[in-house]
Design a protein around this ligand. Structure first.
Ligand code: G4P
Length: 191
């Protein structure tokens, strides 16, 4: 998605440790008009997928999933990172290690929101090492549902999670893939 690359070049800041800061439009602050374009692009990519639900993980995946949900007319389910008092009863759960933060969260989805006949489109903001998507795929498998594909707004190709999941046979669409980030600039993968 050319616009995603343009937004990254205009707004993104490269931080130490291979972190790309895009707080002005994707994380801390949301550009609602651009978010609509993101949702429309996800809908275009997956219009023939037969998806019945979108699954994401709190927190930054939620605006993207909501926008895609509007564009596709699909309900959105989001995984919570820690079982809390408002997530009660039977849950699917899986540990997700964050390389960026160095911690592991127990990620949970209430069982009643995913069923074996669902076809799930998984959406997230960043795809780095792929831990979050791997955890969400595990939850879909626990429900006996099908993963029709995954979307990341931004993939960091140099952290390999996307290519690992593609090699496993999953359809992974990233709206921009950053293959290199240096002081001299950002290199995007041709798609
Ligand atoms: P992975 O899931 O692909 O393995 O990635 P990783 O563990 O490295 O990511 C952990 C968190 O950091 C995730 O958000 C992920 O979206 C975010 N993240 C990873 N790389 C970048 C980056 O270069 N820039 C930014 N802005 N975020 C990055 P999270 O901790 O779950 O936070 P949130 O969804 O609540 O914002």
């Amino acid at each position: 998605m050319k616009r995603m690359e343009e937004m990254i070049l205009k707004e993104g800041k490269i931080l130490p440790g291979g972190v790309l800061k895009v707080g002005s439009f994707l994380n801390q602050q949301v550009d609602i008009h651009f978010m609509k374009e993101i949702g429309d692009e996800v809908a275009r990519l997956y219009k023939d997928s037969g998806a019945t639900k979108i699954l994401t993980i709190e927190s930054s995946g939620i605006p993207i999933a909501i926008s895609a949900g509007f564009a596709m007319g699909l309900p959105v389910v989001y995984a919570k990172k820690n079982k809390s008092s408002n997530v009660s009863g039977d849950v699917y759960s899986t540990p997700v290690k964050s390389f960026t933060h160095g911690n592991t969260n127990n990620v949970v989805v209430t069982k009643e929101y995913l069923s074996a006949d669902d076809k799930i489109l998984i959406v997230d903001d960043f795809l780095a090492h792929g831990s979050a998507l791997t955890g969400l795929i595990d939850i879909v498998n626990q429900a006996g549902a099908e993963v029709v594909g995954c979307v990341a707004a931004i993939e960091k190709g140099f952290q390999m999670g996307g290519d690992r999941l593609r090699a496993e046979g999953y359809r992974i669409e990233s709206l921009a893939i950053v293959d290199e980030m240096t002081d001299d600039g950002i290199t995007f993968r041709e798609q």
